[in-house]
Design a protein around this ligand. Sequence first.
Ligand SMILES: NC(=O)c1ccc[n+]([C@@H]2O[C@H](COP(=O)([O-])OP(=O)(O)OC[C@H]3O[C@@H](n4cnc5c(N)ncnc54)[C@H](OP(=O)(O)O)[C@@H]3O)[C@@H](O)[C@H]2O)c1
Length: 254
Amino acid sequence: MRIVVAGGAGDLGSRVVREVTARGHQVVPASRRTGVDLTTGEGLADAVAGADVVVNCADDTSRGDDVTVYGTRRLADAAADSGVHLVHVSIVGIDDHPMTYYRRKLRAEQGIQATGGPATVLRSTQFHSLAAFFARTITKGPLTVTIGDMAFQPVDTDFVAARLADLALGARPTAYARATDVAGPDVLTVGELATLLRAHRGASAPRVVRFPAVGGVMRAFAERRTVPSPGDAQTGGLPFVAWLATQPERLTGR
Ligand SMILES: NC(=O)c1ccc[n+]([C@@H]2O[C@H](COP(=O)([O-])OP(=O)(O)OC[C@H]3O[C@@H](n4cnc5c(N)ncnc54)[C@H](OP(=O)(O)O)[C@@H]3O)[C@@H](O)[C@H]2O)c1
């Protein structure tokens, strides 16, 4: 099959490219560096033409609605116009979450659904790297701040990429479909994440200071709306602690 991966040079997209290539299929990465811009539509029709499936891992959180909402819709329209199956990655728990980015991701899903074309949306929990970034950000020296019972169920990005590859290479839906959500094997509180991160660089467990949630966004995280209910998600991939063991002592970036 010929699989176009939008955002194929990104963290997730490059893993999808690797996975689909390893399974013996032809892969075409598509993003600005290959002449495809979802914000202008440049190169889009040509990229989609001749594809059997388009996997969308493109995004730019610094561009507001431009890529996340409108760029996704542009890609979904191009795929629907050509009758091409679109596989799109989204985020677990966004149905009732006031965080601006999550609301954009929900609008992106709704835009895909509105095209009426064959599409599959896979929602994932936060990648291990993002959970680690978050826990590092709210840990200052030996102190970690947590809001209520906030926790994550972070997932190995390679596991998400493999599921996207399964969906791209599997049966094509006739219309819009949601795949079973994916998550990592463990639910970890912010305190547990921070403790693992500090242990990773030989430091003692942090003191965890717990604050009550103030405002809708904090409340949504404190209520663990981004953690799937037990049994609702397909779980797998490296647990956070095993992923952490593969990382350098000083983590950087997301
Ligand atoms: N990180 C997480 O924890 C997490 C969890 C669940 C779901 N997700 C979803 O996973 C997806 C991928 O995330 P990621 O961290 O892999 O992103 P990333 O590393 O930032 O990669 C984004 C890709 O999008 C491309 N891109 C940006 N602007 C573009 C444009 N205007 N037109 C075409 N391509 C464009 C970039 O390539 P160029 O620079 O070449 O354009 C890049 O390859 C996102 O949709 C995100 O919501 C992430």
